[in-house]
Ligand binder design. Structure first.
Ligand code: MRU
Length: 385
């Protein structure tokens, strides 16, 4: 099996990310040297994908504190546990503001905040508290691979059985996905992890993926990952999902998630809802694959999930959606982008995510297992969180 692509390299206090704005044609590793750069990389989508942005945020906090502990003289904020807390808390709040929809970022910043507070409450010294936060930040980033493999296997095995239950003959499967949920989004991947697992176990015939306009995570990133992994695949334009279902045997749609509400409503990349409506019409199982940290039990329904709207200009260009679009600071469009609209449109709708109601979802898979709906047609997510 070819080696999967990766989005973050980190060791000790060094962090590098692959600039996803430039993929697939240019592989540029960017150094992340401070909190502001981490925030900018997340907001500008140089790094994207729910787990990856949480990992970078957490690692940047670890880096910041590692460097502080090594500094001579030490910075003022290491003078007491309280001043450390007063320094780190606004940093966590700042990182949290980078992107609003994916729950992972908030979960990571809240986790580090809790670690800090509990070490403080335990009466530890300032250096020990900083070390606890550093370690936890690194853990946030390290935890993905194992759990992604677990959910990929749960979901893949369940799907094979589901197709048999529905009269399948044990044939290899065709699975459609949306956006990019592979190793560039971090770890082994979620929905693309399931597809990779099916391929590795000889149960995948072909992966299909949408281009996923306007950022083109599908045609730029998923395409590159599937090619790298040598998984047989076919790209479709977003508007072709209905046609694909009409003319080809598609056994399932598998997508990731940025946030799952307590009732199973799922926020994911824009276009996911369209695919779910069409899948329901064609009686194709629609599977959401995500870690338990993506399930937000504090949000009862999808209507409570904040939806990020990206800058309008990002929907008017091809070749990546660079943010801010006027990167040269002079109001000029970023190099390499091509306008696909007339200049100066004032009506542009550009939500980055949509919400698929739980009623359209067949199964929600986490590292704990597979949840399907009960006789009442509702999800009980307690078995998978
Ligand atoms: O805007 P992005 O690219 O950060 O969107 C996130 C996604 O890729 C989601 O569609 C995905 O399912 C969650 S990441 C595994």
């Amino acid at each position: 099996m070819a080696e999967a692509l990766t989005s973050i390299k980190s060791s000790d206090d060094k962090i590098e990310i692959i600039n996803q704005l430039l993929l697939p044609h240019t592989t540029e590793w960017l150094r992340i040297d401070n909190i502001e750069q981490a925030h900018d990389a997340i907001k500008s989508m140089k790094i994207r994908g729910a787990p990856a942005i949480a990992s970078l945020a957490a690692l940047s906090v670890s880096q910041h504190l590692t460097r502080a502990l090594r500094a001579d003289p030490p910075p003022e904020f290491l003078s007491s546990p309280e001043s450390l807390r007063d320094h780190v808390s606004p940093i966590l709040s700042f990182l949290f503001t980078a992107r609003p929809t994916a729950v992972n970022l908030g979960a990571a910043t809240r986790r580090l905040s809790r670690t800090l507070q509990s070490s403080l409450d335990a009466g530890k010294g300032v250096r020990a508290i900083a070390e606890d936060v550093i370690e936890d930040g690194r853990l946030v980033a390290a935890e993905d691979v194992g759990r992604n493999k677990a959910m990929s296997k749960w979901g893949g095995d369940w799907l094979v059985e589901e197709v048999k239950r529905k009269g399948g003959s044990g044939e290899a499967l065709n699975v459609l996905t949306v956006c990019n949920t592979g190793s560039l989004a971090y770890g082994y991947g979620t929905a693309l992890g399931l597809i990779t697992y099916l391929h590795e176990s000889g149960k995948l015939r072909r992966a299909y993926y949408t281009q996923t306009a306007p950022y083109h995570q599908g045609s730029r990133l998923t395409a590159l990952e599937l090619k790298t992994l040598q998984i047989p695949s076919t790209m479709i334009v977003d508007t072709m999902v209905g046609s694909l279902f009409q003319h080809h045997k598609i056994h399932a749609v598998a997508v990731g998630a940025d946030r799952i509400a307590a009732n199973g409503d799922t926020a994911n990349k824009i276009g996911t809802y369209n695919a779910a409506v069409l899948a329901a019409r064609h009686k194709i199982p629609f599977i959401v694959v995500a870690p338990i940290t993506t399930v937000d039990l504090d949000v009862a329904h999808g209507s409570g999930i904040p939806i990020e709207h990206r800058p309008p200009l990002e929907a008017c260009v091809v070749r990546g959606a660079l943010y801010p679009p006027s990167l040269d600071g002079q109001g000029n469009k970023a190099q390499g982008t091509v306008m696909i609209t007339p200049e100066g449109l004032d009506g542009i709708y550009n939500p980055s995510f949509d919400v698929t109601p739980g009623e359209l979802i067949t199964a929600i898979v986490t590292e704990k297992g597979v949840a399907t709906k009960g006789g009442d047609g509702k999800f009980d997510l307690s078995s998978v969180v």
